[in-house]
Design a protein around this ligand. Structure first.
Ligand code: ADP
Ligand code: MG
Length: 699
């Protein structure tokens, strides 16, 4: 008997990408001319030919309707950090009481959702509330199943009447173009053909998440309202034994993961790796890397599918960066690299000196970029949720530094010495002449504490939060690296045009960079106090929380950087500052208010109830002449913690009235102490919240 559950059988190669209007699907639905034109736009960055829009729209509609779609939507990424969609059906009444299904090129290319309720940070006054969405042909349209029908989703950029970016995709696309321009400039200096070619960043985001049973989630107001537990006593056993990491996957979770992968594959999302993470109930999913813009979109969809599929298995997927105190939080390792116009990964150390010179130039550009703009890179991962993680003991610290591994570090030191041709005895490397020692991957992948680590053929920026869009971090990465490359190219072009040898000029440029920016390199343990002291000595920034980090966005140097490369105007940048600051304050205010409600209406009542029960018990048993001293001790302890909790409530209430986030955080932390102590004193059966042990272990 075939026992396969419906929809879970079949060969992945047959259904992979079946819900995406992929190149494969396009070929079958478009004329050869339209297909070629669109292919040029997607692969080589040619502009969209408006002449083919009607045909593409019609083909998309035909394909989507065959797959059961009744609606289409421009799918976009407003500054809320989530995704947005407003559906329109394909129907148009005919004159005979029926309908025809239509989708025009105009509707494909541009949309106009009423945008008045999205955060715009002052970019859009309510009287001109219009926002526009523009088709991004480089990210394929896809179909979202709705249960009783489905919707064609068209990835779009979202901007205001005056053309200002209201979303996360627009600056990402702009920064990608800037990076391409500067990499191609450098490529040209290396003698690489850049005619009709582009360079692009690649991205592979490793996504961490928690799963807990739905019934526990529903019994916790804090999880429902804030995505994290605001109270909860650490269980005796959590992750100390390291027995969850890479452990055998429990059957219910396995079933979930199987379905998750299938759903992702149908959407052309190349989910590759799955495993148990460090904390019980924590897991990771990693896709095969893709072109950055596509990968960012895919990660947004992945987060949505994670939540959706989890519910089918009576799980809730928690994407918060720190759902549980005292154990590991969740991040997103942002694996980033550059593919040059030669189609090669420029972060792969090559076999010959020429390839190595490209590689070392990018490494030096990254050193300069991160060292110069650490603040704004830090700001791109600053959220209330991620504050619990950065600097805590499992995540990278808030101090940004680069890990290169010993061998590459040694090469950098040689560059610093300079490979002067005259000195015969030098061990310094001569750029463009000497080969690099082979850098085995296992040597470069050892340091798990670094926020920005070279891992063999890519850099891994580990500070992105699990709940965040990767867009912001990648906008900053693209722009700061492009800017560093711009500086390098300026100098090289100048030197070469005045007759200097290319390799010698490059050697000098890289040597200068290393001398100036070597302080950003750190191979040691990033969690230690010594490093924090050393980093301070080196003058590296340690922006401990979101308010501090966001200030970097106002740095005139940063404003100038984004304006120079036309990634964000000053107004656009400041609007983001305003929005992120407000999001932070609102998040904290909501948490504070939920903590207050829970303490007042759930915790204190049971504490008082138990107190009076014990007091009654003491009275009745002492009447019989029994000893009650230890019971009285218990009552005392209970009273003391309850009093502390009540005092904490008062303090939190005051902090909420003050509207100061920092005060609220402090008051929440203080209130948590007696509440967690009470959890350890009260009978488990009357404690009103599911425990950490239940949530982390029962699935
Ligand atoms: P880890 O040891 O961190 O788990 P993996 O080899 O599993 O490393 O890779 C992690 C992620 O890095 C994957 O999503 C992978 O696709 C991605 N990755 C690999 N090469 C590149 C690249 N050139 N550019 C961007 N991401 C990459
Ligand atoms: Mg990793």
């Amino acid at each position: 008997m075939d026992e396969r559950i419906e929809g879970t059988g079949g060969n992945v190669a047959d259904f992979y990408g079946e819900n995406v209007f992929s190149l494969k699907n396009m070929k079958n639905y478009l004329s050869e001319n339209a297909y070629k034109s669109l292919l040029c736009t997607i692969k080589d960055g040619c502009s969209i030919d408006p002449g083919i829009a009607d045909e593409v729209a019609d083909a998309m509609k035909t394909w989507a309707v065959e797959k059961g779609a009744t609606h289409f939507t421009h799918w976009f990424q407003p500054l809320t950090g989530a995704t947005a969609e407003k559906h329109d059906s394909f129907i148009q009444p005919d004159e005979e009481g029926g309908v025809v299904l239509k989708f025009s090129g105009e509707e494909l290319i541009k949309g106009e959702p009423d945008a008045s309720s999205f955060p715009s940070g002052g970019l859009r006054a309510t009287f001109e509330a219009r926002g526009y969405t523009a088709w991004d042909p480089t990210s394929p349209a896809f179909i979202k199943d709705g249960g009783n029908g489905s919707t064609l989703c068209i990835p779009t950029a979202f901007y205001s009447y005056h053309g200002e970016a209201l979303d996360k995709k627009t600056p990402l696309l702009r920064s990608a173009a800037v990076l391409s321009k500067q990499v191609c400039r450098l490529a040209k200096l290396f003698g690489i053909d850049i005619q009709n070619k582009k360079a692009y960043a690649t991205l592979g985001p490793e996504q961490e998440y928690f799963l807990i049973d739905r019934s526990f989630y529903e019994a916790r107001l804090d999880l429902i309202q804030t995505g994290r537990t605001l109270f909860g006593k650490a269980p005796a056993k959590h992750q100390q034994m390291d027995d969850h990491y890479f452990g055998a996957i429990k059957p219910r979770v396995m079933a979930f993961m199987d379905e998750l992968d299938r759903e992702l594959w149908k959407l052309g999302i190349p989910a590759k790796t799955r495993h148990n993470e460090v904390c019980p109930a924590q897991f990771e999913l990693a896709p095969v890397f893709e072109e950055q813009n596509l990968s960012v979109d895919h990660n947004m969809i992945t987060m949505e599918i994670l939540k959706k599929v989890a519910e089918r298995y009576e799980f809730i997927c928690l994407l918060h960066e720190k759902p549980f105190a005292g154990v590991n939080g969740s991040g997103k390792h942002n694996n980033w690299s550059i593919t040059g116009p030669d189609g090669k990964n420029w972060l792969t150390p090559g076999d010959d000196p020429h390839e190595n010179a490209k590689f070392l130039t990018i490494i030096c550009a990254l050193m300069k970029a991160i060292d110069t703009y650490a603040g704004v890179l830090r700001s791109s991962v600053a959220t209330a949720g991620n504050d619990h993680r950065l600097g805590a003991n499992e995540a990278p610290p808030a101090i940004l530094s680069i890990f290169l591994g010993d061998q590459l570090y040694d090469v950098i030191e040689q560059i610093e010495k300079g490979g002067a041709k005259s000195s015969k005895k030098t061990d310094a490397i001569e750029i463009g002449v000497d080969s690099l020692p082979t850098l085995p991957r296992d040597v470069t992948d050892r340091n798990r504490t670094s926020p920005f680590a070279f891992t063999g053929n890519k850099f891994e920026f580990r500070a992105v939060g699990s709940n965040q869009s990767c867009a912001s971090a990648n906008v900053v990465l693209n722009t700061i690296v492009a800017d560093a490359l711009c500086g390098i190219c300026d100098e090289l072009e100048e030197k070469v045009s005045s007759g200097n040898d290319f390799n010698e000029s490059l050697q000098k440029v890289l040597q200068d960079i290393v001398k100036k920016h070597k302080k950003i390199l750190f191979n040691g343990d990033n969690y230690t106090d010594e490093w924090h002291k050393e980093a301070a000595k080196r003058g590296l920034l340690n922006l401990k929380n979101t308010p501090e980090a966001l200030e970097s966005m106002k740095d005139p140097k940063v404003v100038e950087l984004f304006e120079k490369h036309k990634v964000l105007s000053k107004t656009e940048l400041m609007s983001r500052y305003d929005i992120y600051e407000k999001q932070y304050d609102t998040t904290i205010a909501i948490e504070a208010s939920v903590a207050l409600t829970m303490a007042k209406t759930m915790i204190i009542p049971v504490a008082l109830e138990y107190q009076s029960e014990i007091a009654d018990t003491i009275e009745s048993i002492s009447g019989c002449g029994c000893k009650t001293s230890a019971t009285q001790e218990l009552l005392k302890e209970l009273c003391a913690e309850t009093e502390k909790a009540l005092a904490g409530i008062k303090k939190l209430s005051k902090a909420i009235d003050s509207e100061k986030s920092a005060d609220m955080i402090k008051a929440m932390d203080e209130l948590r102490v007696p509440v967690d102590a009470l959890e350890g004193l009260l009978p488990a059966e009357i404690w009103p919240l599911p425990s950490y042990a239940e949530m982390l272990f029962l699935m």
